[in-house]
Design a protein around this ligand. Structure first.
Ligand SMILES: [Zn+2]
Length: 271
């Protein structure tokens, strides 16, 4: 599932290819991909507008669209969604859900095998992003900010980091990676993470995400994220030795999510 680095990679890809182009129209091939409006209204409202900018918020790809009025098109890729720019003449692929026709003879194709992805077209971004938490790569996300955010949270640290209204953009891969780097057990109550480890966690989150962004994310060979070169240290590495201490990495379940950790580096908190 695409997380912040993979979404950022999609944003950079689109930014280079579609910024400044006009939208001639759109075709919706799977109605439920379109949230907030009807597929008909979606196509109607896009036609004749222009793509002013491409950006990311959390795990959402955003397009700022100008024309008769300013609109925002957000795409949540969810499990298997991808956005590609390709020639209009190329045939529709089996899992293409939405096609947006551009003024240069190309199209943006939203392909989504599992159909969980959604596109939201709106004039008010708050309809979509109001509940999202802080951006972990923004200047506002400081060690002190994270300390303050953790201080009132009694629940386990891992589910908290996955909560998009707490920090936007983290998912299962990069939470496991960050907790391993900071040597924090995923079940540690958030407000009981010792102060030095809170600082380490802040640094780990930023370092892991920055590295993964520069490497275009993680490619699991499932065709969802092509070309990602980030190699996880613990995520999906169960049975392999920990790169720091050599202990065998284990997979456990935390909050219904498969979780990878080093039992030596990440000691379980005493209850
Ligand atoms: Zn270890």
């Amino acid at each position: 599932m695409p997380e912040l680095p993979e979404v950022e990679s999609t944003v950079q890809y689109l930014k280079e290819r579609v910024t400044g182009l006009s939208i001639e129209g759109a075709t919706v091939l799977w109605d439920r991909t379109i949230a907030l409006t009807s597929p008909h209204a979606f196509c109607h409202q896009l036609a004749g507008s222009q793509i002013a900018d491409v950006f990311r918020r959390g795990k959402l790809v955003g397009l700022r669209i100008v024309g008769k009025r300013e609109q925002y098109l957000y795409t949540h890729l969810r499990m298997s969604g991808s956005l590609d720019v390709m020639a209009k003449a190329l045939p529709i692929a089996p899992h293409d859900r939405v096609v947006i026709f551009l003024s240069n003879g190309k199209t943006i194709r939203f392909n989504d095998t599992r159909k969980f992805g959604r596109m939201y077209l709106t004039t008010s971004p708050d309809d979509v992003v109001a509940k999202l938490g802080i951006e972990p790569l923004s200047p506002e996300f400081t060690a002190d900010a994270l300390r303050a955010m953790l201080s009132s949270k009694k629940g386990a640290i891992k589910p908290l980091l996955l909560n998009q209204s707490f920090i936007a953009g983290l998912g299962n891969i990069y939470v496991d990676e960050s907790l391993w780097r900071a040597k924090i057990h995923p079940l540690t109550p958030a407000n009981r993470v010792p102060s030095p480890k809170q600082g380490a966690l802040h640094e780990a989150i930023r370092a892991v995400l920055s590295e993964a962004v520069s490497l275009l994310g993680t490619d699991f060979g499932d065709g969802v994220v092509d070309g990602g070169m980030y190699t996880p240290a613990v995520y999906g590495q169960n049975g392999q030795p920990c790169g720091r201490c050599g202990t065998v990495i284990r997979r456990v379940v935390v909050g219904q999510r498969g979780t990878h950790l080093c039992p030596s580096c990440q000691r379980k908190p005493r209850s």
